[in-house]
Structure formats: structure tokens, C-alpha cells
Design a protein around this ligand. Structure first.
Ligand code: AN0
Ligand code: CP
Length: 321
């Protein structure tokens, strides 16, 4: 595997899920694969799960992880081309990336959407520079438009908990005080469209996801109707994707607390499991009662982040040989 951004990069999903089950059952069986190899994990933004699960996955494979916190302990990096570098950014990605590439075998990059310039974000400008200038396989650890390690872990979790062959999975928007990227819902939609599930998206008007990710997924604007009979409820906030009105890209269009997932919402489902990628704001996205209930699987979902990262790194190491 050369890079990991989209569901297509993992190939056949049944095979990927079978491999995930193997890795989960026997995490140290491929400890030789990463011997004398290094992964550099570059973080332009905060993280708890991605940072720790990526390091743990690397260690399970015998691969040495090095973490670089850009803005914290490195020079601030300029990401735009052709600018006069008279700001607080001391170094350009154009030099930093090949230098990073010369120190490692694999690279992971977290670089969130700026949410001001839709074209810049949706072109995955930063991630593409890493691919072009590092010469190494690159994993998106949530880039401007995708979070594939999360979506793969979500699929692994659904596969683990489902009790019917084709469960109903509902992605629901929920309110949040800050504008958030679309990477998590974009990837979740892309992966659910490719998986064997009955997938429905629900959100207020104006929050339509980019068709490149939403595909033919059913959109139901009545949240309660969407949730009826759901086996899995996947809550997430996102800001305006700017599909219908590009001038609203990255804005908060609604803070309707009626969309917070509480017991009344869960009551219309098929005793659904509750999922969220975390970090989650309690009593904004989800009520204490729902996230603390026995149907909440947010912790095993987060635990599966080690499994998804490990399958991806394992495949990349195998294709280096
Ligand atoms: C980020 C987001 O919504 O994309 C990361 C989620 C994994 N969340 C926040 O910034 C709160
Ligand atoms: N879900 C997730 O990616 O969490 P972090 O932002 O803490 O890495």
C-alpha cells in the first residue's frame, strides 16, 4: 500500500476486516516486519487517540515511532507556495518534507482543514505535498477532508458488534460550539457506502456533505425519522461543507440542541449502539445518559484505532519489501 487516504486504498473490505480480526487476536505476530524501520508522525493539530494508537500500532509491529509536534517543538512551517516568508513561519514544507522523508520509512500526517478556503482544503494541499516531496508512503491521520484510520476503526467496530448481516447505520449531525472539519463524516460516509450496511445520513439543511464522499447515500432531513430502527447511531458535528453555498464554507449554520442525541432519540432506534469518534462534548453532542449507557461503544471504538492503524502500517511495511 503506497498511501492511505480513501477506502479504495485498503481494497477489498471483507479481506481488510478479516486481517483486522487477525491483528486484534494476535497483535505481536508481525513484530519482525518493522525491524530497523521508522515511522514519523507529524502533528499540526492536537490529538489524544491518533497520537497514542498510531504509536502503539507501530510498537506492536516492531516499528520505531517518532512524533513531531509542528508548532510545538519544531519550526513553524509555511504550507502555501509562492509566498514571501515574512511571517512567523521559519521553514517551508518544501524543505521540511524531504528532510523528514530522509529520516524514516513511513509518514503519518495530521493536518486539519483551515475551514476558510474550500478549494485549498478540498485539494488536500498539505497532504499532497507530503506524498510528492517525501518519497515515502503517507497515512492521513486526519487531513483536510478525510480521517481514514477513524473510519476503518468504525467499520471494524460495527463488524464486531453487529447482530444482523446488514445493519442500519445512521450518521447524525449534532450541535457543537466550535466550527469543526468535515473529515470524520466524509470518511465515515465513504466507508459506509462501500460497506454492506443500510446507510442513512441526517443533518439540518445546508450541511450536505460533498458528493465525492456522500455518494448515493440516503439523506433524511427529519432526524427522528432517520433514527427509526437504527442498529448503530454515529453522532458527529461538522461545519458547513459549502456544497450548496460555497460562501458559507466552514460556518456554523445551526446550534439546535434538539439534535443532541438523548434517550428520546435512542428510544426510536432498534436498541442501537451509540458511536462517536471522540473527543466528544457531553450534553452538546450526546446526553450523559446515552454515552454512559451500556449501549455506548465509544471506548471499544477508540480501542479499535490501534487495530486499524496496525493493519495499514502492516500492509505498508509488507509492500516496502
Ligand atoms: C476534530 C474534528 O472534528 O475533526 C477531531 C476529531 C477526531 N474534533 C475537534 O476538533 C473537537
Ligand atoms: N478520534 C480521534 O482522532 O481522536 P484524536 O483527535 O484525539 O486523535
Amino acid at each position: 500500500m503506497k498511501s492511505f487516504f480513501n477506502v479504495q486504498d485498503i481494497g477489498d473490505l471483507d479481506k481488510a476486516l478479516a486481517e483486522a480480526r487477525e491483528v486484534k487476536a494476535n497483535p505481536f505476530a508481525w513484530k519482525h516486519l518493522g525491524e530497523n524501520k521508522t515511522i514519523i508522525l507529524v502533528f499540526f493539530n492536537s490529538s489524544l487517540r491518533t497520537r497514542l494508537s498510531s504509536q502503539k500500532a507501530a510498537l506492536n509491529l516492531g516499528l520505531d515511532p517518532i512524533v513531531l509536534n509542528v508548532n510545538g517543538d519544531s519550526w513553524k512551517l509555511e504550507t502555501r507556495m509562492g509566498v514571501v516568508m515574512d511571517s512567523d513561519k521559519s521553514e517551508h514544507l518544501r524543505e521540511a518534507i524531504p528532510v523528514i522523508g530522509s529520516y524514516c520509512d513511513l509518514i503519518g500526517v495530521r493536518s486539519f482543514a483551515g475551514l476558510t478556503d474550500r478549494e485549498y482544503d478540498y485539494a488536500e494541499t498539505v497532504l499532497k505535498q507530503f506524498v510528492e516531496y517525501s518519497g515515502k508512503p503517507v497515512i492521513s491521520l486526519e487531513s483536510a477532508t478525510v480521517h481514514p484510520c477513524q473510519a476503518f476503526a468504525d467499520l471494524i467496530t460495527i463488524d464486531q458488534y453487529k447482530t444482523v448481516k446488514r445493519p442500519k447505520v445512521v450518521l447524525t449531525w449534532a450541535p457543537h460550539p466550535k466550527a469543526l472539519p468535515q473529515a470524520v463524516p466524509n470518511s465515515f460516509a465513504q466507508w459506509m457506502n462501500a460497506a454492506d450496511v443500510d446507510f442513512v445520513i441526517t443533518h439540518p439543511h445546508g450541511y450536505e456533505l460533498d458528493p465525492a464522499f456522500a455518494g448515493d447515500a440516503k439523506v433524511e432531513y427529519d432526524q427522528m425519522k432517520a433514527l427509526e430502527g437504527a442498529d448503530f447511531v454515529y453522532a458527529k458535528n461538522w461545519s458547513c461543507p459549502g456544497v450548496t453555498d460555497p460562501s458559507k464554507y466552514g460556518q456554523i449554520l445551526s446550534q439546535d440542541m434538539g439534535w443532541t442525541i438523548d434517550e428520546a432519540h435512542m428510544a426510536v432506534t432498534n436498541n442501537a449502539y451509540f458511536m462517536h469518534c471522540l473527543p466528544v462534548r457531553r450534553n452538546m453532542i450526546v446526553s450523559d445518559g446515552v454515552i454512559d449507557s451500556e449501549r455506548s461503544i465509544v471506548i471499544p471504538e477508540a480501542a479499535n484505532r490501534v487495530v486499524s492503524a496496525q493493519v495499514v502500517m502492516k500492509r505498508m511495511l509488507e509492500s516496502l519489501k
